[in-house]
Structures are given as C-alpha cells and as structure tokens.
Design a protein around this ligand. Structure first.
Ligand SMILES: Cc1cc2nc3c(=O)[nH]c(=O)nc-3n(C[C@H](O)[C@H](O)[C@H](O)COP(=O)(O)O)c2cc1C
Length: 214
C-alpha cells in the first residue's frame, strides 16, 4: 500500500453519541458548558485548546490558543496584543473558533467578534500565571523574528534574574480577548456519515436553532 493509499483508507465510523433538538438547551452557551464538562470527564488532551482563525488582508490565518474562561457571554483567551493575531484582530475583529474533540466525535465552531477584556481582568489572570510564564510573556515579542534560540534563552535568563523574588508586572501588550458569539455550531459524528449538526444563530436577543445537512 502506498502512503497515499494508507491515508485514503483511514476511515472511522462515528457511533459515540447523538445530538437531537429534543435534548439541547435554548442557549448554546449552556450546551457548550455541558459538552465542555463531558470533554473534561473524558480526560481528552487539552480540551480547552481551540483553533482561532483571523483575517490578514482578506486571507485567513489559524492557530491554536487556550480557552481560559467563559465570561461576558463569550469565550476568553490570552495573548500578546502585538502578535500577528493581535494586529489582525485590530484590523478586523471577525474571528472563528474551532474545538475538535475527536475522542468524543465532536466539533464546535464559533463565529464571533473579538473584544479586548478590561485591563483589570487581564491583570488578575496574569497574576495567576506561574512566575516563568509571566517572565516569558515579558521577554517574548510574539510573532517577531528572533536571531536564535540562544538569544531567546539569554533574554529569558536575564529577565528571570531581574524579576527574581518580585511580582513581574503584566506588559501592556499582553492581555485577553473575549469572543462574543454570533453563531455556534455543534457537530456530533453519526454512523454512515449522517452526522448531527445543530446551528444556533443569534437573532436580536434570542437564539435561532437550525439543523444542517452533514
Ligand atoms: C496547545 C497550544 C496552546 C497554545 N495556547 C496559546 C495561547 O493561549 N495564547 C497564545 O497567544 N498562543 C498560544 N499558542 C501558540 C499559538 O498557536 C501561536 O503560535 C502564537 O500565538 C503566535 O500566533 P500569531 O503569530 O498568529 O499571532 C498555543 C499553541 C498550542 C499548540
């Protein structure tokens, strides 16, 4: 079998669960909480890892970030505001989040608008991070080129010495975003590729629920 034949032959029938209108909440955030709890209970690796897509001059870019809370009816993550994603959100706040919980044969897709959270909230979360992570955030000009691994390690050890025994302050360019959802799709794999897809769309203050063909 060639490598391409091996890839083409990868095939799994999904039989884990089902997603029916009769069993879901009117509010997708409630359903998200339920699914997230199940993801934690299933002990899958980093269930809070989500793919974040942004737009750079009309072209999409994706990367993984970690969900750190569900607040203000939205999904919170932290990053460097000067990073590529930060600059892209500055230009166009429309983003997309994607959770792939393959062990549960589930996917959640979230279309939304990213907003910076308050400085006080970012301060609070920054202060909760381990010392090394806080110093790392100070040292790393995320997304910029760096001369070498050694240059990075040298500035880290310099900063570790500088801040030893202190509370490193949150850099202004580091903080959180909350993605306020406009649409959330829950996908549950089913047998014979007849998967369940339930799409919630925000309409005025209520959520409209539709089933999509798989
Ligand atoms: C499992 C995992 C978790 C990550 N979590 C974060 C995160 O919470 N925040 C962050 O800025 N980058 C995180 N990253 C790194 C990003 O994927 C990305 O490399 C970085 O943010 C730079 O992206 P940008 O240059 O597009 O801005 C994570 C990567 C992985 C693989």
């Amino acid at each position: 079998m060639t490598h391409n034949e091996q890839i083409a032959a990868l095939r799994k029938d999904y039989r884990h669960s089902e997603l029916l209108e009769s069993a879901v909440d009117a509010d997708p955030i409630m359903l998200f909480h339920k699914w997230f709890k199940q993801a934690i209970e299933s002990e899958i690796t980093e269930p809070n890892a989500m793919c974040l897509s942004t737009i750079a001059d009309g072209k999409p870019e994706s990367r993984i970030v970690l969900l750190k809370g569900i607040e203000h009816h939205g999904f919170v993550f932290y990053t460097n505001y000067n990073s590529h994603k930060g600059q892209q959100i500055e230009q166009n706040a429309n983003v997309h989040l994607n959770f792939a919980w393959l062990e549960l044969e589930r996917q959640i897709r979230i279309k939304g608008i990213a907003h910076k959270i308050s400085e006080a909230e970012s301060d609070l979360y920054f202060a909760s991070r381990p010392f090394e992570s806080r110093v790392g955030a100070i040292v790393s000009a995320q997304s910029e080129t760096v001369e070498s691994r050694k240059a990075l390690e040298d500035s880290m050890s310099e900063a570790l010495t500088k801040y030893e025994g202190t509370n490193p302050p949150r850099p202004e360019h580091w903080g959180g975003y909350v993605v306020i959802p406009e649409a959330i799709e829950f996908w549950q794999g089913r047998t014979g590729r007849l998967h369940d897809r339930l799409l919630y769309t925000k309409e005025a203050q209520a959520w409209k629920l539709d089933r999509l063909c798989p």
